[in-house]
Write a protein of this length. Structure first.
Length: 312
């Protein structure tokens, strides 16, 4: 394949292969464990990242005449980071719930409140979640951060090279991107600190927790790089000086793929590989037992209703 931008093309095709492997692995895990598991989110991360690498490959192949490939790469890159941070959050929450029966990150709704009917019960459940469910605030903290990142990146669209150093839109874009990345980084710090607390203070052990502890440092590097990319011109996708007629500067590509894409890939694989552990086997056995008990309970309920009808 002939590339307009060879360094970008080589990097994109390398990580396309790596993420395609991760996607196939996640698909196998989802088929085995079911779609309503934390690994579905990892599969989504891999799918987004495959799309990002295809977009990078498209830009490396066709160049500036098809700049839409570059825009797609930037947007999908931001979405991939967003998805993997959420995935790590659910890994910790599901692990804690499995080991202890409940989780601070994703607490169980009280049974009496869950079984109540009517509009007042719905309101009470809503209020309960606002008071106790940390996951609501974590999700709705990252969603605006994601929007801020995209808006910050698009602020500079249309600014000419001559106006780059003086345009207020460039400064606004940098501020928005720093704010968005700082929120993501703060979320990663909180999650990693909580995972450390579970391991050190509560003495909890298990593959999902270890996976998050291993994935935490790469995610922190990825978050820090996001801030660096907004502030340091040499690593800024939106700085015209990083582009030439031959494509993107090699220094920039190395920084992007080393501190950005590689870090996300490491985190993704740490989380994925936690499936191949004895802890994961226990989870699956427990899930099968619970499903069997639910089926038995349903069968008994149906039998009782039939007996009652016959008596009538």
């Amino acid at each position: 394949m002939i590339f307009f931008d060879r360094p970008l093309g080589a990097a994109a095709i390398t990580f396309l292969i790596l993420y395609a492997f991760a996607l196939s692995l996640s698909f196998q895990i989802i088929v085995k464990r079911g779609i309503k598991t934390r690994f579905t989110m990892i599969g989504l991360v891999c799918l987004i990242r495959v799309g990002a690498q295809v977009s990078g490959l498209g830009f490396a192949k066709y160049g500036w005449e098809h700049y839409q490939w570059l825009i797609a790469y930037l947007i999908l890159g931001a979405e991939g980071y967003f998805a993997i941070v959420l995935a790590a959050y659910h890994f910790v929450a599901v692990f804690e719930k499995f080991v202890t029966g409940d989780s601070f990150l994703q607490p169980k709704l009280p049974t009496e409140l869950k079984e109540r009917k009517g509009s007042s019960a719905r309101y009470d459940r809503f209020v309960w979640h606002l008071r106790h469910d940390v996951s609501i605030y974590f999700h709705y903290m990252l969603i605006p951060a994601n929007v801020i990142l995209i808006v910050g990146g698009t602020r500079t669209i249309g600014v000419s090279v001559d106006e780059w150093d003086s345009s207020p839109l460039v400064k606004q874009g940098k501020i928005l991107r720093v704010v968005g990345q700082a929120i993501f980084l703060g979320g990663c710090v909180f999650l990693l600190a909580y995972a450390v607390r579970l391991r050190v203070v509560k003495k909890l052990k298990g593959a999902p927790l270890v996976a998050v502890l291993l994935a935490g440092p790469p995610l922190l590097v990825r978050g820090a790089y996001g801030i660096i990319a907004a502030l340091v011109d040499d690593y800024n996708y939106y700085d015209f000086n990083n582009y030439s007629a031959a494509g993107i500067k090699t220094k920039f590509i190395v920084g992007e793929y080393l501190m950005g894409t590689t870090m996300e890939y490491l985190a993704t694989m740490f989380l994925l590989l936690s499936h191949f552990t004895t802890f994961s086997k226990k989870e699956m056995e427990h899930a099968h037992e619970m499903a069997h008990m639910e089926r038995q309970s349903l069968d008994n309920t149906i039998d009782e209703s039939l007996v009652h009808e016959n008596k009538v």
